[in-house]
Design a protein around this ligand. Structure first.
Ligand code: 5AD
Ligand code: SF4
Length: 350
C-alpha cells in the first residue's frame, strides 16, 4: 500500500508533494481507495448534485494542427461544417426550455465566425436566461473582452499538458506561454475559467502528470476537465497507444482532492472508453458535471475529435430526462442552480 498515506494527506489538506502525486499515479493497487476518498471530498464540498450543461458544437473547422486531434487542419478526411446563427440560437432555446441552466458553445480554432457574429449569438442566447460557456481556443485579449461584454460567463481552455517539451512536440506553431497568457487573460476579465488535461499522451509519464496536476492546483482554476488520449484516424498519433481509462479516472480523482470546490465534468473521452460505466465511475471519483452534446444529429457525428466519440442520439429534452433518471439511480440529482462552481462563487464573494 505505497500511496495510502499520500491519499490520506490529500483528503485532509488538499495538497501533497510532487513525489506523493507521482507515487499515487504510478501505484495501481490503491485505486479504489483513491476513488473513495475523492468521492467523499466531492460529497462534502459540492454535494450529490450534478450540473447538466448543454453542449453545442458550432463548427468543426480548425486552423490548428494538434497532433492528437481528428479536427486538425491537415485532416482532409472529414467534412467541415459551420452552423448558422439561427441553428445555434434555436438549439440553445430548446436547451433552455428543457431545463438546462448552461449552454456551452465549442468549436475548432478558426476564423469561421466573425467576432460580431459570435457576440450577436451570445446576446440572443442570453435572452433565454442561461449561463454561457465558450470553448473556441486561443483568442486575443480584445476578443475575449468582446465576448464577455456580449454576455459570456465562462470559458474552457485546456492546457492539455504544462510540460514545455511535450507541449511543443504536440502543438506545431503554438506555445505553452501563449496558452497560459490566454488563461490569465480570461481570469482577469472575470470569466469563470476552466482548463484541463489530456492524459496518457505518447511521451508523457507519471512525473509529467504529477507536475501537470500541480500546475492546475497552482492556477486554482474554477473548472477542470480530464480526458484520456484516444488515437484519432488521419493524425500523426493514429498508431500510438491510447491513454487508458484508469489513468484518466485517477487524474480525475486527484483533481477533486487537490481542488475540492471546483466543477469537474465526467468527460466524453472517459465515456467513450467505457460507454456503460465510464460516466458513473467518473461521477463516483470526483466529477460533478455532465456536458452532453445536443448538436443537431447531422453535425454531431462530424465533430470527431477521436473515433467512436460517445454521443446520445436523442433530443435535448430526452437527454435531460435520461440523466435525471440515471442520476437518481446512483443517489445524485440534477442541480437547479446556475451551474457556477462553489470555488467561483467563493472567489466572487457570493
Ligand atoms: N483524444 C482525446 N481527447 C482529445 N481532444 C482532442 N483530440 C483528442 C483525442 N485524440 C480533446 C482536447 C481538446 C478537446 C476539445 O478535445 O483535450 O482540448
Ligand atoms: Fe483544433 Fe482544438 Fe483539435 Fe487542436 S484540439 S486541432 S485546436 S479542435
Amino acid at each position: 500500500m505505497p500511496s495510502i498515506k499520500f491519499i490520506n494527506e490529500l483528503e485532509k489538506n488538499h495538497i501533497t508533494s510532487l513525489y506523493g502525486l507521482e507515487k499515487i499515479i504510478a501505484d495501481d493497487d490503491d485505486c479504489e481507495y483513491l476513488f473513495e476518498a475523492a468521492n467523499r471530498v466531492r460529497q462534502k464540498f459540492v454535494k450529490q448534485e450534478v450540473h447538466l450543461k448543454a453542449l453545442i458544437e458550432i463548427s468543426n473547422i480548425c486552423a490548428k494542427e494538434c497532433f492528437y486531434c481528428g479536427l486538425r487542419s491537415k485532416n482532409k478526411g472529414i467534412k467541415r461544417y459551420k452552423m448558422s446563427a439561427e441553428e445555434i440560437v434555436s438549439r440553445a432555446k430548446e436547451a433552455a426550455m428543457s431545463g438546462y441552466k448552461t449552454v456551452v458553445m465549442q468549436s475548432g480554432e478558426s476564423g469561421a465566425f466573425k467576432d460580431d457574429e459570435i457576440c450577436e449569438i451570445i446576446r440572443e442566447i442570453k435572452k433565454f436566461g442561461v449561463q454561457i460557456t465558450l470553448s473556441f481556443g486561443e483568442k486575443s485579449f480584445e476578443q475575449y473582452r468582446a465576448y464577455k461584454k456580449a454576455g459570456a460567463d465562462r470559458y474552457l481552455l485546456r492546457i492539455e499538458t504544462a510540460d514545455r517539451t511535450l507541449y511543443k512536440a504536440l502543438h506545431p506553431n503554438m506555445s505553452l506561454k501563449n496558452r497560459i497568457k490566454c488563461l490569465e487573460n480570461l481570469r482577469n476579465l472575470g470569466y469563470e475559467t476552466g482548463s484541463g488535461l489530456l492524459v496518457g499522451l505518447p511521451g508523457s509519464s507519471a512525473k509529467i502528470l504529477a507536475r501537470d496536476l500541480m500546475f492546475l492546483k497552482k492556477y486554482d482554476f474554477d473548472m477542470i476537465g480530464i480526458g484520456p488520449f484516444i488515437p484519432a484516424t488521419n493524425t500523426p498519433l493514429e498508431h500510438s497507444k491510447a491513454g487508458g481509462i484508469k489513468l484518466a479516472l485517477k487524474a480525475n480523482a486527484l483533481t477533486r482532492l487537490l481542488l475540492p470546490k471546483i466543477n469537474i465534468p465526467a468527460t466524453t473521452a472517459i465515456e467513450t472508453l467505457d460507454p456503460n460505466e465510464g460516466r458513473k465511475m467518473a461521477l463516483r471519483s470526483g466529477a460533478n458535471v455532465i456536458m452532453p452534446s445536443i448538436t443537431q444529429s447531422r453535425y454531431r457525428d462530424l465533430y470527431r475529435l477521436y473515433p467512436n466519440k460517445f454521443c446520445l442520439k436523442q433530443s435535448a429534452a430526452e437527454i435531460y430526462d435520461r440523466f435525471d433518471e440515471m442520476l437518481s439511480v446512483i443517489g445524485d440529482k440534477i442541480s437547479l442552480t446556475n451551474g457556477n462552481s462553489v470555488r467561483f462563487n467563493q472567489r466572487r464573494g457570493l
